[in-house]
Write a protein that binds this ligand. Structure first.
Ligand SMILES: [Zn+2]
Length: 418
């Protein structure tokens, strides 16, 4: 029977089964051509930005083309998502998706921070505290890093200033385009732009997988898993942790959505492990990921981040790299996130090309937990108690750890065990 003629739901579940059996390895190989198409399309779009304004019928034609190419490119997609252009249009109508929602998903609207002081080389330093359940950020300055920023031409902005400007920019963007850059209505799965609400239904009914990635054994970690009095991963030495947050700067990887509030909210949750004080640095326009051979390959992005930023961990704050962890945000990658388990680095994508997009705070909480040696705990909710380390729980926005994962993270943050 021709797959194209089958009812939607049935086709999804059949293809989903098939894709699951094929395994992740093959999915990674297949993504190469997809990545090339995607980035050519994106490059083309960037070029067109300057001239296409006002030529509405060309824009409409391009949207059509982009969608058709997305749809036809997905015969062997990881998650088995496959729609005809007509079916997609029907979905957009059902879920009130506007042309601007699609344009935002395809990077054809201006960046929401463009024109503000946050666009360009900006550094922020802050200290996190909890007031009740609420994460509060206050100013804190690392004098050494401050000097470095000034020398390198970074604007140093206080956390308060950052969030005030970001929030205002976000509100204006919603007013102007009807799109919330912190919570867009489109979720690209297998390269197909779908209504996020519809994707949630597909995950809930088990038709597509809410996967993250799998953690990578840290290159820095010994293969031994024995309990040791000198932990090889990060821990809150001197009762302090420092989180370095780098946003990719090259046009292909610069995040188009807000992520900082979510990252800090997630980071603040680690206060329940009594780490002492949590500090953070946020640096835009430093990390250049344009040299990554496969632009959305999360493993390559992770290694590139580690190479480009490792020196900061030694050079600043107390000079001891063991209490410094690093996370990088990119616009998108094949998965939601990837981290060195019991290591110092992670990357997060504001959107994932292959899988449903997790809330940004879930990605950050999950990846940082990997740094403290928590492992992945299954895809579906029924495989694990409510916990951020399980994919479906993370996708649906839980902010807790189960007791077993909690203990793992606790011991690692306190430097008690691996
Ligand atoms: Zn767990």
């Amino acid at each position: 029977m021709d797959m194209k003629k089958m009812p939607l739901a049935r086709r999804e579940s059949m293809k989903g089964e098939k894709a699951k059996k094929k395994g992740a390895e093959e999915g990674r190989l297949r993504s190469t051509q997809k990545e090339r198409d995607l980035f050519q399309k994106r490059k083309k779009n960037l070029k067109q930005k300057g001239i296409a304004v006002g030529v509405i019928f060309i824009v409409a034609l391009l949207i059509g083309m982009a969608l058709v190419s997305a749809v036809t490119a997905n015969k062997d997609a990881t998650n088995g998502v496959d729609f005809t252009p007509d079916e997609l249009q029907e979905l957009y109508r059902t879920y009130n998706i506007t042309e601007n929602d699609i344009k935002f998903a395809e990077d054809r609207l201006p960046h929401f921070l463009e024109g503000t002081t946050l666009y360009g080389k900006v550094a922020t330093m802050g200290k996190i505290a909890l007031e009740g359940d609420k994460v509060v950020v206050s100013e804190w300055i690392d004098p050494l890093f401050y000097d470095y920023c000034i020398k390198e031409g970074y604007k140093v902005i206080s956390p308060e200033e950052w969030f005030a400007i970001e929030e205002k920019a976000r509100e204006e963007y919603i007013k102007r385009y009807g799109v919330d850059p912190a919570n867009p209505k489109i979720d690209i799965v297998d390269g197909v732009p779908l209504p996020a609400e519809y994707v949630r239904e597909l995950v809930k009914s088990g038709k597509i997988s809410p996967q993250e990635t799998g953690a990578e054994p840290s290159a820095r970690t010994s293969s031994s898993a024995t309990v040791s009095s000198t932990p090889s991963g990060p821990y809150a030495k001197y009762s302090r942790l420092y989180l370095w947050i780098f946003a990719a700067k090259d046009s292909a990887h610069k995040p188009t959505q807000a992520y900082l509030t979510d990252t800090l909210n997630a980071y603040g949750r680690f206060y329940q492990f009594s780490p002492g004080t949590l500090y953070y640095y946020h640096i835009t326009d430093y990390w250049d990921a344009s040299d990554v051979p496969q632009p959305i390959n999360s493993l390559q992005l992770l290694e590139d981040l580690a190479q480009d930023t490792d020196g900061y961990r030694d050079d600043y704050n107390d000079g001891d790299p063991v209490n410094d962890i690093v996370t990088g945000w990119v616009d998108w990658m094949d998965h939601n996130g990837r981290a060195h388990q019991n290591g110092y680095f992670s990357v997060c994508g504001v959107r994932s090309w292959d899988y449903p997009d997790w809330p940004h705070d879930s990605i950050a909480q999950h990846e940082i937990s990997h740094n403290f040696n928590a492992a992945d705990q299954g895809t579906w909710k029924y495989q694990h108690p409510e916990c951020i380390m399980n994919y479906e729980w993370a996708y649906s926005g839980t902010d807790i750890w189960c007791s077993s994962c909690w203990n793992k993270v606790y011991g690692n943050i306190k430097g008690l065990w691996e």
